[in-house]
Design a protein around this ligand. Structure first.
Ligand SMILES: NC(=O)c1ccc[n+]([C@@H]2O[C@H](COP(=O)([O-])OP(=O)(O)OC[C@H]3O[C@@H](n4cnc5c(N)ncnc54)[C@H](O)[C@@H]3O)[C@@H](O)[C@H]2O)c1
Length: 339
């Protein structure tokens, strides 16, 4: 029996980078993933980059028997729970699928963790729970509101964790609210390959830059921002992943329920992102202005000072790093892990 961190959804974009950072920090890891939105190759790459092997379970986090089997075979110190669906538009089309995977998945996991007495968890939440923030930068104690089923699965999950902690203070629960993770591992071997048309800005821009798509669609240039386009807090995936390693500090007994923004504290507009990627690529990237999309907000960026003070974590990478690494990944893996 070895002491190990279970990473659910460990083959995905954030999960695979976090598994790599955990291994590099000297932790033992095991992964549970059903590959519903990822490819087993990501974990092969992690093994190659770190030179370390780790157990992988192919299966569903809602599978109680499989969870019991995993916990009986390993001395699991804590769980980092990434497994879930994340596409806002899809969640509007398929709300039940989203509630089942994201909310039931968490419930099933907590149930088995409680049964086996493993009470350390890090949960992936999202800045989407802040809805339309009344001021900026966004602090963890701001009011919460959500506008779509995906956001509601995150808010419900947070509330489930709060209720659980209210009942039993022996849990150590860390909720991390991510802003906009982008970029790729500096090796160019690990990154994000969205299935179908990318719903996130940066993969869309890199696909336009490589000629897979015509032009970038910029939704709205009349917001109250520097250049009129929407502003977001983009955070390098390696910084974000390291935030999880730092958050494990809050698994010490008596840490209780903690909540942190993981962002840089700096916002960039859509046009600044296109500009940054144009520099990384070495040529202009075509774009067209479209009407605002309903529900989009002008600006969203974090106050990351709580994570800095309590976890000793702060984002290190620059916009230039994010763009260079995103482009490097796109060039080396035009079809993601299918190549
Ligand atoms: N990427 C973002 O912009 C972002 C922002 C905020 C929050 N999050 C949250 O962070 C987490 C990870 O996001 P990501 O970007 O790495 O997504 P991803 O889709 O790349 O990774 C999720 C992983 O979970 C797996 N998975 C899904 N349902 C599963 C299940 N029932 N059982 C086992 N495995 C399952 C998928 O196959 C995939 O490997 C998600 O919970 C997401 O909602 C992501």
């Amino acid at each position: 029996m070895t002491e190990t961190i279970l990473v659910t959804g460990g083959a995905g974009f954030i999960g695979s980078h976090t598994v790599l950072e955990l291994l590099e920090a000297g932790h033992k890891v095991l992964v549970l993933d059903n590959y519903s939105n990822s490819h087993p190759k990501s974990l092969e790459v992690v093994k190659e980059l770190t030179g370390q092997a780790f157990p992988i379970y192919e299966g569903d986090v809602r599978d109680r028997d499989l969870l019991r089997q995993i916990f009986s075979q390993h001395n699991v110190t804590g769980v980092i729970h990434f497994a879930g669906f994340k596409a806002v538009g899809e969640s509007v089309q398929q709300p039940l699928v989203y509630y089942d995977n994201n909310v039931v998945g968490l419930l099933r996991l907590l149930d088995v963790m409680e049964e086996v007495g493993c009470k350390n968890l890090i949960f992936s939440s999202s800045a989407t729970v802040y809805g339309h923030p009344h001021k900026l930068p966004i602090r963890e104690d701001f009011p919460l509101s959500v506008t779509n089923p995906y956001g509601r699965t995150k808010l419900m999950s947070e509330e489930i964790l709060r209720d659980l902690y209210a009942k039993d203070q022996t849990w150590n629960l860390v909720i991390l609210r991510y802003f906009n993770p982008i970029g790729a591992h500096p090796s160019g071997r690990l990154g994000e390959y969205p299935q179908g048309v990318p719903t996130n800005l940066v993969p869309y821009i890199t696909q336009v830059a490589s000629g897979c798509r015509d032009h970038v669609r910029v939704f709205g240039d009349d917001y109250d921002t520097l250049d009129g386009t929407g502003v977001r807090d983009y955070i390098h995936i390696v910084d974000l992943s390291q935030g999880h390693v730092a958050a494990m500090k809050k698994w010490l007994p008596g840490s209780g329920l903690s909540l942190y923004n993981l962002g840089t504290g700096k916002g960039y507009s859509v046009l600044e992102m296109i500009q940054g990627l144009s520099q990384a690529v070495g040529h202009e990237i075509p774009y067209k202005i479209y009407k605002r999309r309903p529900g989009d907000i002008a600006s969203c960026y974090a106050d990351p000072s709580k994570a800095q003070q309590e976890l000793g974590w702060t984002a290190q990478m620059t916009l230039e790093d994010m763009c260079r690494h995103a482009w490097n990944w796109q060039c080396l893996n035009p079809k993601g892990f299918q190549d």
